[in-house]
Design a protein around this ligand. Sequence first.
Ligand code: F3S
Length: 290
Amino acid sequence: MKVHIAEACGFCYGVRRAVEMASQAEAGTYTLGPIIHNPQVVERLSRQGVAPVQSLDEVSDGAKILIRSHGVGPAIYEEAVRKGLEVTDATCPHVKKAQQDAGKIVKEGKKLVIIGEKSHPEVISISQWGVNRAIIIDKEFEAEQISFCDSMGVVVQTTFSQEQFKRILAVLQTKTNHLDVHMTICTATRLRQNAAVSLSGRVDAMIVVGGRNSANTGRLAQVCREQGCPTYHVETAAELRPEWFHGMKNIGITAGASTPDWIIQEVVKIMENLQAEGTEVMSEELLEKY
Ligand code: F3S
């Protein structure tokens, strides 16, 4: 059996930066919400004294807080100033750009449409920078329901599927005279999706590693399945079952942007041990990172 690792997988720039900032934070620092959608990382940080809170009401005046890569709306920064909090801002620069674009679109008097998941914290933060005036959609039929306007500005969730974005955009083009598109899908997502599509077309099964509550990990599993490849989404190596891979020759591994290297490494090692004879790990580049 050969184990192939996707060319691009695991921590993206923004998540790595946020996790590093949290790891370097003093014990007693709070993260506003879990730092990333990965329970193992959140637990590790909690043991170091960097724990999540749900809202600023839970922290006392003068406390230290860290804003995660998903970003937050302007009201949180204002509240932090009122409470005298020491803020470390780990908002991913790509998310910051989407937030600024949303604000600009509203300022210019255009109808703001955000393409993304309504309940995702990043989308909520973008919408708040758009003064909560955004229409948030993630399906074509929702785009159909938008009434015609003279000018419209579009911002996209950084981890949104490119294909679905293009389909929705085609509908939005019929809904306005002037369409101002801010293509805020991040390259990290695109690279991981493309690598997953390419690898899943060449292997007997794919293992997608990452938190079940991670939207981008779930989407990687989805694109692999769309290739017709049997796909297993696991959070950790402990979930792997040898019977899934019985009689298979080539297994692909990919991981979401919020999956740390050590969890990917554990999966690789288990797969190596599954059939020590003849097992070969293809991506030297990834292994060098461990
Ligand atoms: Fe940032 Fe892109 Fe990651 S937006 S958090 S680098 S997926």
